[in-house]
Design a protein around this ligand. Structure first.
Ligand code: GUN
Length: 293
């Protein structure tokens, strides 16, 4: 079998076009959705993610405002920016790009964001509401994965999904959402992580495999059932002297080999990545609607 490529860029473009129309309707009512972005330090990957998010806002008609702090910014300085965004009526969504240079600050910074502006869905209030199946901002990458499946006509109901990775940003929320009694879920879900024994035995039973680990070649062809759907959330920089930038991007899946066995697969780049940004835009628009509701 040769896999169908699940084109996250095309699905994103479709959703972004819907959002753009929605934003122009809101603008006619005097509502301009706004995103406040905080970038701490000079990490090149974070810089490029933030630039991509701001560009996507502009294209959708969403106002965005960036604050940059040096890598040695204090905890108080970071909290100060979050509080300023919390109080600013132009700002409906707040994005603190992670990781922070001092990762020990992350949880307290996330908790300083008012839950109504937590468009990343990382605040414990939103995490808890999501867990309970209550209306909440869903974290962008897991929500993007669900949208790829839904808009590609891949049924999750009754499917056995194996999620590899237990991060708070991707693996854990995805396991929760996929197992909920909803039209985006209703799956039987197995979570694998570094403590899992015989991972290949579990992944070979999966109708859908999701890899969210951050390590190339975590999923190889022998780990995948013929005809399975494979979603690759990983974005890894691998040294490659033949590239102008000195590296190439790859996911967590051995793409070429797995694509010969799977029925559908997301590429890296151009799979889940663009969806993450798109769902951030969707949450920001939703927040603006709620703020004026
Ligand atoms: N770093 C990697 N992914 C994300 C994300 O979805 N949101 C934020 N704020 N930082 C990230």
């Amino acid at each position: 079998m040769v896999a169908k490529i699940l084109d996250g860029k095309a699905i994103s473009a479709e959703i972004r076009a819907e959002l753009k129309t929605r934003v122009s309707e809101l603008r006619e009512q005097g509502i301009v959705p706004g995103l406040g972005v905080l970038l701490v330090g000079e990490d090149p990957a974070s810089r490029s993610y933030v630039t991509a998010k701001e560009r996507a806002c502009e294209e959708a008609g969403i106002y965005s405002e960036e604050v940059k702090l040096p890598a040695d910014a204090t905890h108080d300085e970071i909290l100060g920016v979050v509080r300023k965004f919390n109080a600013d009526e132009k700002i409906n969504g707040i994005l603190v790009q992670l990781p922070l240079p001092d990762s020990s600050m992350e949880q307290s910074v996330i908790e300083e964001i008012v839950p109504e502006k937590d468009v990343d869905g990382f605040h414990p209030v939103n995490v808890g509401r999501m867990m309970l199946g209550l209306p909440a901002f869903l974290p962008c990458t897991p929500h993007g994965v669900l949208q790829i499946l839904k808009r590609s006509g891949i049924e999750t109901r009754g499917a056995h999904v194996v999620v590899i990775g237990r991060s708070n940003i991707v693996g854990r929320p995805l396991v929760n959402l996929l197992s909920q009694k909803s039209d985006l879920g209703n799956a039987t879900v197995t979570m694998c992580h570094t403590g899992t024994k015989n991972m290949a035995e579990l992944t070979r039973q999966a109708d859908i495999v999701v890899a969210a680990v951050g390590r190339p070649d975590t999923v190889t062809a022998d780990m995948v059932k013929e005809g399975a759907v494979v979603i690759d959330v990983g974005v890894n920089r691998v040294e490659d002297a033949s590239k102008k930038r000195g590296y190439r991007l790859c996911g967590d899946v051995d793409f070429d080999a797995v694509a010969e066995k799977a029925s559908a697969i997301t590429p890296v780049p151009g799979g889940v990545g663009p969806m993450t940004i798109t769902m951030l835009l969707a949450n920001t628009v939703e927040s603006a609607v709620r703020a004026h509701g």
